[in-house]
Design a binder for this molecule. Structure first.
Ligand code: PLP
Length: 395
């Protein structure tokens, strides 16, 4: 027996454990001080009523012989596929139901999709970004190179004359930077991919935070994208499904390489290794797309966005450059006085009892940057921005 040695090439993920350890140590030494956590990467508001009602009704159905359901269809029940197709239709994107694959969330699909690509592809991953892209490729032994996201390009890299890649990851709105691609920038990537027979893996996990009709929520709003892009959607941040688990992946029929349909490969992969998302969850997910569910989930998103706005407003007042804060729950800024991310973390915790996430956890270009999130309570955010302003005024 030999293990998959690629796993030995993974960097240990110290980031969240280190944050937790530092917070625990501080609390123990200062039990009377209240720490405000702006490093929260998970939702905090409960599921909306429309979702809860739908899941309760579905649970009752599962308890009766006449309405009990066993294995779900591999791609999801047609009621949820129809709901997703209707959601895309609102943005003038037409999807065939067989292009929609309902799953237990975006993270697993993002990792699993690599099954359908040869190991010798050149992979292009933005830096900084959601660490799952890098780690899943390292596990599979692929060659990865990085797309530099920096202050100079607003953390939104576009292809240049030397850009090379067969599999390209794009995350918009981005985690951790909150930066959002516009249509012109995304079109540059679509044109690059079509020209070079590359595939774009488009992570739309935060699309629901976009409220500007000019900004694309889906890559399929860009002409030509169906020939070159797979899109990952998630109800985690959209509707508080981080613990409930439901997402969907779109693989268009037009996406064909070497005469083979990627949709048929993904169906083969899913029907072999995945047995469908639970009926009760799919009914809850369907409710997210109902008019009532949309209204209720948008209220929750508006709450997080207001928090993000309060934080960015405070940074504006302090004259600090940042990305995000508007069509995203994330705010990403440069640490003051050229402090390192961890130095700034320690300072904020020690002097203001505030936490954020050091940028270097998301890639080398995150060094010296810091991520705050709007996932906490409004009261905490209001207090946090006062403390932040206090610290910055001393620097
Ligand atoms: N994609 C991005 C960019 C994320 O930040 C996250 C979660 O934080 C995910 C995907 C995971 O989504 P899911 O909960 O649907 O697996």
């Amino acid at each position: 027996m030999h293990i998959n040695n690629n796993y030995l090439n993974l960097k240990d993920s110290y980031l969240f454990a280190t944050v937790a350890n530092k917070v625990a140590a501080y609390k123990e030494a200062n039990p009377d001080k209240k720490i405000i956590r702006l490093d929260i990467g998970d939702v905090t508001l409960p599921l909306c009523q429309a979702v809860v009602d739908a899941m309760k009704a579905a649970s009752d159905e599962m308890g009766k012989k006449e309405t009990f359901r066993g294995y779900a269809p591999y791609q999801g029940y047609d009621f949820i596929q129809n709901a997703v197709a209707g959601y895309y239709k609102n943005r003038q994107v037409d999807l065939d139901l067989t292009e929609i694959f309902v799953s237990d969330g975006a993270k697993s699909d993002i990792g699993n999709i690599l099954d359908i690509f040869s190991a010798d592809n050149q992979v292009l991953i933005p830096d900084p970004v959601y660490p799952v892209y890098v780690d899943t490729n390292i596990m599979a032994g692929r060659r990865t190179s990085y797309l530099d996201a920096k202050e100079e390009n607003g953390f939104l890299p576009v292809p240049g004359p030397d850009t090379k890649g067969d599999i390209i990851y794009i995350c918009s709105p981005n985690n951790p930077t909150g930066a959002v691609y516009n249509k012109i920038q995304l079109k540059a990537w679509v044109d690059f991919a079509v020209k070079n027979n590359a595939v774009i893996l488009f992570d739309a996990a935060y699309e629901a935070f976009i409220d500007d009709a000019e900004l694309p929520k889906s890559i399929y709003e860009i002409e030509g994208a169906k020939q070159c892009a797979i899109e990952f959607g998630s109800l985690s941040k959209t509707a508080g499904f981080t613990g409930t688990r439901c997402g969907y992946t779109i693989v268009p029929h037009e996406l064909v390489s070497e005469g083979v349909s990627l949709n048929s490969l993904w169906l083969r992969r899913q029907s072999t290794k995945f047995n469908g998302s639970p009926y009760i969850i799919q009914r809850g997910a369907e409710a997210v797309f109902s008019p009532e569910g949309q209204r209720q989930t948008k209220e929750n998103i508006a709450y997080y966005k207001e928090n993000a706005r309060l934080i960015s407003q405070a940074l504006d007042k302090m004259g600090i450059w940042y990305t995000g804060g508007q069509h995203s729950p994330y705010i990403w800024f440069k640490c003051p006085n050229n402090l390192g991310s961890w130095e700034f973390f320690d300072l904020l915790l020690d002097k203001a009892q505030l936490t954020g996430t050091p940028g270097e956890g998301f890639g080398a270009n995150g060094k010296g940057f810091f991520r705050l999130t709007g996932f906490g309570s409004k009261e905490d955010v209001q207090e946090a921005v006062k403390r932040l302003a206090g610290i910055m005024s001393m620097m």
